[in-house]
Design a protein around this ligand. Sequence first.
Ligand code: FAD
Length: 814
Amino acid sequence: MADALPAQARVVVIGGGIVGCSVAYHLTKLGWRDVLLLERRDISCGTTWHAAGLVGQLRATQNLTKLAKYGADLYERLEAETGQATGFRRPGSVSLARNAERMEELKRLASMARCFGVDVDVITPAEAGKRWPLIRTDDLVGALWLPRDGRTNPIDTTRALAKGAQLAGARLFENTKVTAIHRRNGVVSGVSTDRGDIACEIVVNCAGMWARELGRMAGVAIPLHASEHFYIVTDPMPGVTPDLPVLRDTDGYIYVREEVGGLLMGGFEPSAKPWGMEGIPEDFAFSLLPEDWDHFSVMMEQAIIRIPSIATAPVRRHVNGPESFTPDGRYYLGEAPECRNYYVAAGFNSIGIASGAGAGKALSEWIVGGEPPMDLWDIDIRRIAPFQTNPRYLRDRTEEMVGVLYAIHWPFWQPRTARGMRKSVLHDRLAARGGCFGVVMGWERANWFARPGMEPVYRYSYGRQNWFPCAADEHRAVREAVGVFDQSSFAKFRLEGPDAVAVLQELCANEVDVPVGRIVYTQMLNPKGGIEADLTVTRLADDACMVVTAAAAATHNAEWIRRHLGDARAVLTDVTSAYAVISVMGPRSRSLLSRLTDADLTNGGFPFATSREIWLATAPVRATRITYVGELGWELYVEAAFAPAVYDAIVAAGDDFGLKHAGYHAMDSLRMEKAYRSWGHDLGIEDTPLEAGLDFCVRFDKKAPFIGRDALLAQRDRPLRRRLVVFLLDDPEPLLYHDEPIWRDGVLVGRTTSGAYGHTLGRAIALGFVEHPDGVGDAFIASGRWELEVAGERLPVRAQLTPPYDPKSARVRA
Ligand SMILES: Cc1cc2nc3c(=O)[nH]c(=O)nc-3n(C[C@H](O)[C@H](O)[C@H](O)COP(=O)(O)OP(=O)(O)OC[C@H]3O[C@@H](n4cnc5c(N)ncnc54)[C@H](O)[C@@H]3O)c2cc1C
């Protein structure tokens, strides 16, 4: 180890766990040498040293799977490169299903895995028994076999990464604790340590469960919380050999692997033990927490069911170590929205060994390139809301999230804990109408409304869930009469000042220098033409616009706008909580609202894509004629204090028009029939508007050039090799969600990005990107035999580019 702490460095990486070492390693691989890695005690002394070392490859998204696969490959070759053994091997893994629902999940995962290029086989219980002779199989439905899954020694692997980084020029300082992080004008300027100060350009927070605290030092929100996590190691057992695959019996909450001739068995129990909110002891290094056999018994009982011989095996070691968990079970990567050059890689939810290599690679490329190297939205730190650092919220949610790792990942699943954080002013009224709420960015949102006599509670399954007929009623009301949605969770920003419109002109691909009272649907692009934001801009005045975007994109979109403000005379203000949004949608919306206002709502008096203030009932309301459901309708932006009265007036008048309350599940069904895209699902930073079929939103001819224009111009004149396509199932029964493989003439050509049941069309619909090296033209789409793979079965579909419902939007403009 080097001994004199330098006074400055280009990059300071905080934390010498597997993640920090991986970041340092990969930065040097990209040619950055002036990298300092600071560790308060010893390399790997935090959570890393006691990890079980499983290296699974299949992750929730394609890019995360790519990173996990990269990790296994790197660990495999790291010893040859650095001379430090890692202990990595590939014994494969077997995941068991005890019931039909789990089997459905495994089959869907297998379909997805193939799509992502991961080797996988669906196998029978007997085949699982052959691979793992000690398990009981008579109660199993089936299993998955992933031959390329691996395991590694976490300490040695971390050392190998550290050594690789050092060999390439990085300097590592152990026993060096960062005590402060400094910023100047919103940019990182240095750190203080217990051994002196270091000026630096970039800080990377890889401090594991300490990361929240290190975030606070620079005003950065990093919502994570530690939880106790347990495993045992038995004495050697007959029949246990080093080539035994890793075993996951998630219905029994457990994982198992061989360890020195015995078994290492750990798990993710349904109700976990959050730890460390009062602070992590100063001397916590290579430390464990007290054994808790009572708590562990939940997993032990299940292990005995699966591996009867473990019941009598002497336990050599009981490990209880803390690991950090996040409110949505996904780790954080990227530049913090609150502070430039402050990067984060933390909150690994028990997959930090498997993910450390890929996360370090991706983050290093992000740091060096100044932008995410690929679409990493699922783990992007900009997906959070700052309130989520609330200690009580984190503690409550962590108790649940540990078990969620191994629970069935039901479609539409909602957390049970840490609820009720953010509510619309209409919340209680919607609850009284039978609203069943889901949560996005802490907002409680009515997803569906229970019919009279029905409990507003989810009953999860892979098939039609209990709310299916309720959402169907809501959908039909919007198509045939009128529905009311509470869309108050919309993120709303005012951009004001003499340069407000000029800033937006540079950011938006569409023309936003429009007359006051116009609303424009537009994308904001990065220089490569990828979609950073998908939103609307309403011109409020010469020098003021309102920007409205999805709740989930609030932090990301605000950060994107702020980072481009520069010296412009414009101020961005988040007014989300100031306004409720009541959307009145459907062919009878005009008649209903006309009862409550003297404003002229006719096509001539209030054309589509316009917005203005009107009196509605007793309140001033900004009425905006726009829709995400494909019908005539208005979004009503109402100051929160006035909103209950406006809502009551609409509901009171609504009976005469067949008004129904409608939720987000109905909205999803309605928007899919219109093929309206959703950012974060169908659109992301790797997709251009041309590929996504949003060319109608791109104004190449507008006076001011916009970011991404050159990239689009280059793409415009060539055949598009990727395109977002709409799919309609032939069979009206099955449901589609996302990530279903897309086949054309028996060749895998893409995967779906979102799916929903279209209640007007009477079948499931999906959107998905299709790729073909010679271009995805109209003829390519019109010809060919198209299929979507659902849980291993290929189902015939119709492929088209146009929306299946009202393709000319006559109803929207009615
Ligand atoms: C029992 C158990 C089993 C697990 N099994 C697996 C598994 O099989 N597979 C898998 O993928 N994952 C597993 N994990 C998870 C995995 O161990 C973690 O996700 C991973 O180690 C996290 O690495 P990290 O570098 O983020 O954090 P850490 O290893 O905790 O590293 C953070 C480092 O930051 C240092 N630090 C903190 N504050 C400061 C400061 N102010 N200044 C300087 N340094 C600081 C700490 O000392 C620490 O060394 C397991 C976890 C547990 C608890």
